[in-house]
Design a protein around this ligand. Structure first.
Ligand code: C2E
Ligand code: CA
Ligand code: CA
Ligand code: CA
Length: 274
């Protein structure tokens, strides 16, 4: 007796919409996947224009799914956020990036900065700062080399969020505003927060040499950021003319396929370290 109509409520899962059902299934797969070590980080170089050197990397998460292969974050991060799996996953992320930093250090490479993406729910979770501190201590990572990429979705007017920002700043960990330009916060507002870097979203960079509006927007951000002594990273740089323009306008870093795509830790080490 699979579905006796009057008792549907007994079979909770079966009464769910197929989409909800598959979400539950995938959430379970993610939890197993984390236990089985299926998540990993890829690294994309951050190129400092002044010195023309790779000064750091952004860590970008991947899921090596047993059946579907290597999945990009847009195929699992949204569900992780919705289901709160982002909390254990984010905890793993922080430890993994600290572990990787120490591993490269122990191999004798010059230390580089590592940036990680922090979801709003991870950031405002009551254990977040404690876990961050714990990971830095456990792996003896110099906090000055860690950069947290947060978005304008963080409730910057909320007392708890402000306290977390202050605490992270006290630890000596750097913070950047990711996807800058896509949200609503003004530079004036950002300036009052303990934030060191703005990352201009790829949406403004990819066509800026053809699209005057986007070019003006990028230029305006650069002028103001320089005055406020904020570093700027331009995302999604694929063409040399974009890099030349950004350099001339005083942009600090570029990131994009022109310099290098995100690659595994092993490949990154071979290609960019040492
Ligand atoms: P994001 O933080 O804006 O990261 C930049 C994305 O742009 C990356 O995609 C990167 O591969 C891609 N990209 C970089 N340069 C270029 C370029 O020149 N051309 C093009 N077409 N694309 C470029 P990815 O790795 O698929 O990550 C997508 C998003 O997933 C990230 O956007 C970030 O919001 C999120 N994400 C990635 N890793 C994590 C993580 O560990 N935790 C959380 N919470 N979110 C993450
Ligand atoms: Ca990012
Ligand atoms: Ca982002
Ligand atoms: Ca972006």
């Amino acid at each position: 007796a699979k579905k006796s109509p009057g008792k549907r409520w007994l079979f909770y899962d079966e009464s769910l919409h197929p989409v909800e059902q598959s979400k539950l299934e995938m959430e379970k797969e993610m939890r197993y996947g984390l236990e089985r070590g299926e998540f990993l980080l890829h690294f994309q170089p951050l190129y400092r224009l002044e010195t023309e050197t790779v000064a750091g990397a952004e860590a970008l998460m991947r899921w090596n799914h047993p059946k579907q292969g290597l999945l990009p974050p847009n195929q699992f991060i949204p569900l992780a956020e919705e289901s709160r799996f982002i909390i254990p996953l984010g905890k793993w992320l922080i430890r993994e990036v600290c572990r990787q930093w120490r591993d490269w250090k122990e191999q004798g490479y010059e230390p580089i900065s590592l940036a990680v993406n922090i979801s709003v729910n991870q950031f405002i979770h009551p254990e977040f700062v404690r876990e961050l501190e714990g990971a830095l201590r456990e792996f003896e990572m110099d906090p000055a080399y860690l950069e947290l990429e947060i978005t304008e979705n963080i409730p910057f007017s909320d007392a708890h969020a402000i306290a977390v920002l202050a605490h992270i700043n006290q630890l000596g960990v750097r913070m950047s505003i990711d996807d800058f330009g896509t949200g609503y916060s003004s530079l004036q507002y950002i300036q009052r927060l303990p934030v060191h870097t703005l990352k201009i979203d790829r949406a403004f960079v990819y066509d800026m040499m053809q699209n005057r509006n986007n070019r003006v927007l990028v230029e305006t951000i650069l002028v103001m950021a320089n005055q406020l002594e904020l570093d700027v990273i331009a995302e999604g740089v694929e063409e040399q003319d974009q890099l030349d323009f950004l350099k001339e306008k005083g942009c600090t870093f570029v990131q994009g396929y022109l310099i290098g795509k995100p690659i595994s830790a092993e490949e990154f080490q071979l290609k960019w370290l040492g």
